[in-house]
Design a protein around this ligand. Structure first.
Ligand SMILES: Cc1cc2nc3c(=O)[nH]c(=O)nc-3n(C[C@H](O)[C@H](O)[C@H](O)COP(=O)(O)O)c2cc1C
Length: 325
């Protein structure tokens, strides 16, 4: 079964986000209201190929039952290593493989990976072909419009579409633009045209500044030929962004409690630092009276136990303890 052929029209995807869309956060989002498809954070193909990096790569590729269907996103610049990782992903439970040709991080680009692939299209194609030949899973690509000028999409996208990937996600900005300018929605009609002319069976996914399900449906009404919409930072503003639901304070506290519990369970399997977990607090402790004060207290904690204590006290004040713990 090719997952891309079995999705609703339009479909919604939670964007891959390094340090965010890990096995814990994906379960929280699935609980709030799941997208049609999850992606993992990106995993480096050369780490997987090395003795030292393999264990870490496998930890990043661990999935929960609520993740499925889920696509593994991989990156690197060594075509042989693309083959090696792609060939193992089906047995790890994935429904597809996505190649990251869009990451703007300077450490990633210095190695020749991510968006740097835009500057080495022959190598990008070789990595794609190697992945494609090594797995029965559908192979997709996530990329940007270009490296420095948005018009680069006119040559870059045809190069990729000529390989007939199962799907292509376009983050509607260049690498240089990072996320600092509005996404170039004005280019969607031309991108649709390129897809229709070169590879009509490739699913087209648009990404950049999409807030939530309502926004995605508005864009779909305007551009019905776009098959899917990918939401990244929208989930920071509303973890229920894949639904029409406006969460109550109590529901947000339940999600935070769930995230803390998942973190604790995951920490028993391997070491996890508590500090990065605090980045998530703003997602849940937001948009209700007293949120800022509660957040300040939570940011001062050093362990899951301390965070639970603060939440308990806050719940007593708000008389909703029973409902979420
Ligand atoms: C914290 C963070 C980490 C990201 N990590 C990845 C990644 O691992 N792979 C990837 O393809 N894109 C990554 N991205 C880019 C997003 O997938 C997405 O393309 C970008 O945020 C634009 O979408 P948005 O405007 O909906 O956020 C990351 C973005 C953020 C904010």
């Amino acid at each position: 079964m090719n997952i891309w052929q079995n999705l609703p029209q339009p479909f919604l995807i939670l964007a891959p986000m390094e340090g965010v869309t890990d096995i814990m956060f994906r379960q929280v989002v699935a609980h709030a209201g799941r997208p049609d498809l999850f992606f993992t954070e990106f995993t480096n193909v050369s780490s997987y190929a090395s003795d030292q990096g393999r264990w870490n790569a496998l930890e990043r590729l661990a999935i929960a039952p609520t993740d499925s269907p889920i696509i593994a996103q991989i990156w690197g610049k060594n075509p042989t290593h693309f083959s090696a990782l792609a060939s193992d992903l089906e047995s790890l439970g994935f429904s597809g493989v996505d190649l990251n040709f869009g990451c703007p991080d300077k450490h990633v680009n210095r190695t020749g990976g991510g968006a740097a692939m835009i500057k080495t299209p022959d190598l990008a194609v070789e990595c794609y072909r190697n992945a494609r030949q090594s797995t029965n899973l559908p192979v997709s690509i996530k990329t940007r419009l270009g490296w420095s000028d948005p018009s680069e999409y006119q040559t870059w996208l045809p190069t990729l579409l000529a390989e007939h990937p199962a799907a292509i996600t376009i983050h509607l900005r260049t690498k240089k633009e990072m996320s600092k300018v509005p996404a170039h929605y004005e280019l969607i009609p031309d991108i649709i045209k390129l897809r229709s002319q070169i590879s009509p069976d490739t699913k087209l996914i648009i990404n950049g500044d999409i807030r939530d399900r309502t926004h995605a449906l508005e864009l779909h009404a305007e551009y019905p030929e776009v098959d899917g919409f990918m939401i990244g930072r929208g989930v920071f503003a509303n973890p229920y962004c894949f639904t029409d639901h406006t969460p109550s304070r109590n529901e947000l506290m339940q999600l935070l409690t769930m995230h803390l519990d998942l973190f604790e369970a995951e920490s028993e399997k391997h070491y996890l630092s508590y500090e990065p977990l605090k980045h998530f607090f703003k997602i849940y402790v937001n948009n209700f009276p007293g949120a800022k004060e509660l957040r300040v207290k939570l940011m001062d904690t050093h362990s899951v136990e301390e965070a639970h204590e603060i939440l308990k006290l806050s719940a007593i004040v708000n008389q909703d303890l029973k409902q979420y713990r």
